[in-house]
Design a protein around this ligand. Structure first.
Ligand code: SAH
Length: 480
């Protein structure tokens, strides 16, 4: 390391800035935020520095820097010099060097006793990044990356944890016990509760854990469940939040539609349990999956329930959530990219378009016994883009239902197999030939059916080589 990274307390301490321009003002801003009493020596001030002056944040000495000037001033704790005049810069440097006051001459590491890092400000949490003066731009790029990773709510999190520090000290006498308490708390859903604003819930979790320590001598790790939407197939379509929660899970429950690459992203030690329905060796009814989830959480485990697409779109996520509520298991639902959004984008057409379709409807092609059937009359008249999930088997009924209620048999229809995966296959046909097209080919699950004029946009967005011969013919006939 070229420099020792330290955080210096300069609250109510005199600090000096020489220079009144934009660079000097940015440095002054750091002093001000840290609570210093800031004096600026400069013959004139730029707009940024005038802003500090007008808010009473600085005291201004309207003058060129001269060594005599500082005789009447209290000795500063730190000095930053940012002027265009190298003679002034050097005078400042040597003057304060002689007084043993640390100096920083902006952008000249050879005249710096200290350097200022790029800062990710989640005060009271502060992250400082330095390249040892080699590349401020690289430090800023690194800062931008970290800004993305650390939600702004970390300020609140740090405040809250600080406020509970003494309480936890009072409740847990030994150091190891306190460490275990905080490690357990600060890795679970608690963080998400605070970061996303639910302060009350977060305090409740802390209070309960502390109460347990008081009554039972230790806090029993509280299990929790994350219902995570893993997207339609391409592992890159998982969300940051989904990944973050997946990586803190002790157990991962997944089904057939979840990409193996996503399951691999769980911790190596995490137990992985397949709960897919389409496997004759491991046929787990939905109730058993739900119960397993509750049981694992009650054992104190962190359970990630990975679901294809979005958990709340034909994913039974709400049924699982309901049971978790009933059993008082804390949980979080992480939305995912649903098959309709993923498959259409990767197939090269949108779901809505100003010229073709003002609305979109997601329909299940597979209905539970006793459920009210799909209203084909309404759909056929709607002008909606229709996306049928689980619709391949019932394609003949879907086709007949829509045609019967007056839909044009020439309306484009698309069958998308293995959407967003490397082996995605898109077949474009018409509503009138949909069932026949499916019958002629072996369609592999998972597959999605889309019906709507908006599919025509595919011709404009894909390069001609990506369109099949029959599809080219199809568009040619249509526009003829
Ligand atoms: N919750 C999921 C849907 C579960 S229902 C979501 O939001 O996407 C399962 C149906 O989704 C499948 O029968 C199929 O119609 C559709 N599906 C899911 N992933 C798909 C994919 N990669 N390609 C095509 N269809 C898919």
């Amino acid at each position: 390391m070229d420099y020792l990274p330290i955080f210096i307390n300069i609250k109510n301490q005199p600090c000096l800035i020489v220079g009144g321009g934009a660079v000097a003002a940015r440095k002054a801003d750091l002093f001000i935020k840290s609570g210093a009493i800031v004096t600026v020596i400069a013959p004139k001030l730029g707009n940024e520095m005038k802003f500090h002056l007008s808010h009473g944040h600085i005291v201004w000495h309207m003058a060129e820097f001269e060594t005599e000037l500082i005789a009447e001033m209290p000795k500063p704790k730190l000095v930053i010099c940012a002027t265009d005049d190298q003679a002034v810069n050097l005078t400042v440097y040597h003057t304060f060097k002689a007084l043993e006051v640390p100096v920083n001459v902006a952008d000249q590491t050879e005249y710096c006793d200290f350097i200022l890092p790029a800062i990710i400000d989640r005060a009271p949490m502060t992250i400082a990044v330095s390249t040892g003066g080699r590349s401020p731009v690289l430090a800023r790029i690194m800062k931008a990356r970290l800004e993305m990773l650390i939600p702004h709510g970390f300020s609140r999190l740090t405040e809250l944890v600080g406020a509970y520090r003494q309480k936890v000290k009072d409740a847990i006498a030994d150091l190891d016990g306190r460490k275990a308490f905080w490690e357990a708390t600060l890795s679970g859903l608690f963080i998400d509760k605070v970061v996303h604003g639910s302060q009350q819930e977060a305090e409740h979790i802390l209070d309960e854990a502390l109460e347990q320590v008081k009554t039972q001598g230790q806090s029993i790790p509280q299990g929790e469940v994350y219902l995570i939407g893993a997207g339609p197939g391409d592992p890159d379509l998982m969300t940051f939040k989904g990944l973050r929660l997946l990586q803190q899970a002790d157990v991962v429950l997944y089904d057939r539609l979840v990409a193996p690459e996503i399951i691999d992203m769980a911790r190596r030690e995490a137990e992985r349990i397949y709960v897919g329905k389409k496997d004759k060796w491991h046929k787990l009814p939905q109730q058993d999956i739900n119960q397993l989830m509750v049981d694992l959480a009650k054992e104190g485990k962190r359970v990630a329930r990975l679901k294809g697409g979005d958990p709340y779109i034909f994913g039974r996520g709400a049924e699982e959530a309901e049971l978790l509520v009933k059993h008082k298991v804390p949980f979080e639902v992480v939305p995912g990219i649903t098959a309709a959004a993923g498959c259409s984008a990767y197939a090269g057409f949108p779901l809505t378009h100003r010229e073709f379709s003002q609305s979109v409807v997601l329909v299940t092609g597979h209905q539970q016994a006793g459920a009210k059937g799909v209203d084909y009359a309404r759909l056929a008249q709607s002008g909606d883009t229709m996306v049928f999930y689980m619709g391949i088997k019932n394609a003949p009924q879907i086709q007949a239902g829509l045609l019967e209620h007056g839909m044009n048999p020439n309306t484009p229809a698309a069958i998308i197999e293995n959407g967003t995966r490397a082996n995605q296959k898109t077949t474009v046909t018409t509503l009138g030939e949909l069932a026949m097209t499916i019958e002629k080919q072996t369609i592999k699950p998972p597959s999605l059916l889309v019906v709507g004029e908006v599919i025509r946009v595919r011709e404009r967005l894909l390069n001609p080589q990506a369109l099949s011969e029959s599809e080219k013919q199809f568009y040619a006939q249509e526009s003829a």
